[in-house]
Design a protein around this ligand. Structure first.
Ligand code: CA
Ligand code: CA
Length: 152
């Protein structure tokens, strides 16, 4: 499955506004990246992607990446060190379990939207929204580069 079959343009736009809404609850920054394939451990690839996307470039180091390799049926959620330092272990576990269930029934967009909402809710307690909040990272879903060239 290609990313464009995984999520429609309308769903991508919807997800982006979902991220925007969630970021009105927290100073944390939420990103989603979709790759087609991931041949290694999803977490390793997610960490690599986290850095490639510049997800570390937040003042409070509170960026989160929801990484999905749609064709490989893999995903991982990575929080930056500002988050990892303060949240309990297994902080992402319920989000991951929910995503797994939704992906299994083919509800990709719904699952990701819920993941964004849950992430915003969870981060709110540790990183409340500030009145002078900046949108530090883009809210658009990013798609793996291989996939873009593939479509030409
Ligand atoms: Ca922000
Ligand atoms: Ca943002």
């Amino acid at each position: 499955m290609r990313p464009k079959d995984f999520l429609s343009k309308a769903q991508l736009a919807e997800l982006s506004s979902c991220i925007q809404d969630a970021e009105h609850q927290t100073s944390g920054e939420i990103r989603i990246h979709i790759d087609r394939k991931c041949t290694r451990d999803a977490r390793e690839q997610a960490i690599k992607t986290f850095h490639l996307l510049g997800t570390r470039k937040t003042a409070a180091r509170n960026g989160v990446l929801i990484y999905v390799a749609c064709d490989s049926h893999k995903f991982a959620i990575i929080g930056d060190k500002g988050i990892n330092e303060v949240v309990p272990p297994n902080f992402w576990k319920d989000v991951c379990l929910m995503l797994e269930t939704e992906f299994k029934r083919g509800a990709f967009a719904e699952g990701l939207e819920e993941a964004v909402r849950m992430t915003g809710e969870k981060l709110k307690a540790f990183f409340p929204y500030l009145s002078d909040d900046k949108d530090e990272l883009p809210n658009e879903v990013s798609i793996g580069k291989d996939e873009e060239s593939d479509e030409k």
